[in-house]
Design a binder for this molecule. Structure first.
Ligand code: ADP
Ligand code: TRP
Length: 360
């Protein structure tokens, strides 16, 4: 029975899936699959850029990369349509400006892959409610409510509660080998593994490929303007595409200690220097570290060095971003081309699962 009337996608997908798997087993040297999702919940900042985007782009040189915009994950918290749609295009333009090559990397919106939601429903049947009760994000919301003395489930929607199942579907749909994420996402990857194992165990076959997390180096935690981890939630970010004058203002406003110009300073405990390390050459880093230690350099001068190096790194990206964001049709086309390439792969996984489950 054709479950997708009028659509040759499944036939194409099954052929492609079978060919892929046969081909892969005969060619163990074949590239592994790397996949990650980015939630469009705000403006991209340099923590995202140095901590996630640059690494993901370089991983794509060695793996078959599938990167997507997790817009349905964002919907849990973003209800203003204008803000959400601008954030989706902002993230798309941001990744392209940062060097994502849409010819090489399959780049798409989660919401353009309906198979994601079909797989989510199927995975629900294999996900213990207790597993979701233990999810960190849900537990944190409940805890916050308890502390505020309100209903423990106040403001908790089912999207938040089942967040890890949707994320498992994103990952499992594409036979992902590696999922680059920050350490905060470790539990979600473990849950995806657990759910996939439950499916495979039930049907006694590898219906779903078990993914592995790829944790970015913790040393790559980018400090924010106030010295804490840079994060939208702390309101301490440097947006990647901030206009030059704004970038300068943000840097000049960074709080510093009360050491005088003459006093020697410690580069390793200075967020200005930590940020400088991300965008300066090895030689420049050494020179600035020496100036810190020698004394005679005030915080203003260190900030000036940081501004120059960061602006040098970011200005080509900013120019590309400003061009791309003016062309929403182009951005939409890139994402829908990506979805077209992604869907047959996703459909193959869903078809495999349906067959194993007796719902084909
Ligand atoms: P935010 O904390 O601002 O909400 P997200 O959670 O949207 O950022 O992060 C998107 C990606 O960028 C994640 O993979 C995360 O690990 C990475 N990232 C975010 N902030 C930083 C940071 N300060 N240093 C390193 N990586 C970061
Ligand atoms: N939960 C991830 C985050 O907050 C975003 C995400 C959604 C994701 N689906 C994914 C990451 C699949 C990796 C793989 O950063």
């Amino acid at each position: 029975m054709n479950l997708y009337p009028g659509c040759s996608l499944v036939a194409k997908a099954l052929a492609l899936g079978a060919r892929d798997r046969r081909f892969k087993s005969a060619h163990p040297e074949m590239k592994k699959i790397v996949l990650t999702g980015i939630k469009p919940t705000g403006t991209l900042h340099i923590g995202n850029y140095f901590g996630a985007i640059t690494q993901a782009i370089s991983l794509a040189q060695d793996y078959d990369a599938r990167y997507f915009i997790a817009d349905y994950h964002a919907l849990n918290i973003m209800k203003d349509p204008k803000v959400l749609s601008a954030a989706i295009r902002g993230v798309a333009a941001g990744w392209l400006a940062a060097g994502l090559d849409p010819e090489k990397i399959i780049f798409y919106r989660q919401s353009s892959i309906p198979e994601t939601f079909e797989l989510t429903t199927m995975l629900m049947a294999f996900t213990a409610k207790g597993l979701m009760n233990r999810a960190h994000a849900y537990k944190a919301s409940v805890q916050e409510n308890i502390e505020k003395n309100v209903d423990p489930d106040a403001g908790v929607n089912m999207g938040l509660f089942t967040y890890p199942v949707l994320m498992a579907a994103d990952i499992l749909l594409f036979d992902s080998d590696l999922v680059p994420v920050g350490k905060d996402q470790a539990q979600h990857i473990e849950m995806a593994q657990d759910i996939a194992q439950a499916v495979n165990f039930c049907y006694q076959q590898e219906v779903l490929h078990i993914p592995q997390p790829f944790f970015r180096d913790d040393a790559a935690v980018v400090p924010g303007l106030d010295g804490r981890k840079m994060s939208k939630s702390y309101n301490n970010t440097i947006p990647i595409f901030a206009p030059e004058q704004d970038l300068r203002k943000l840097i000049m406003r960074m709080p510093t200690n009360s050491q005088t110009v003459d006093e020697p300073k410690d580069p390793d405990s200075s967020s200005i220097y930590q940020l400088y390390r991300l965008c300066a050459t090895a030689g420049e880093q050494q020179t600035l570290a020496t100036r810190y230690r020698a004394g005679g350099m005030g915080w203003g001068a260190a900030k000036e060095e940081l501004f120059m190096a960061l602006n040098r790194t970011l200005s080509p990206l900013r120019n590309t971003f400003n061009d791309l964001i003016k062309d929403p049709e182009y951005l939409d086309r890139i994402l829908s081309d990506g979805a077209e390439r992604a869907r047959p792969i996703a459909a193959a996984t869903v078809a495999r699962f349906r067959k194993a489950a007796g719902i084909d």
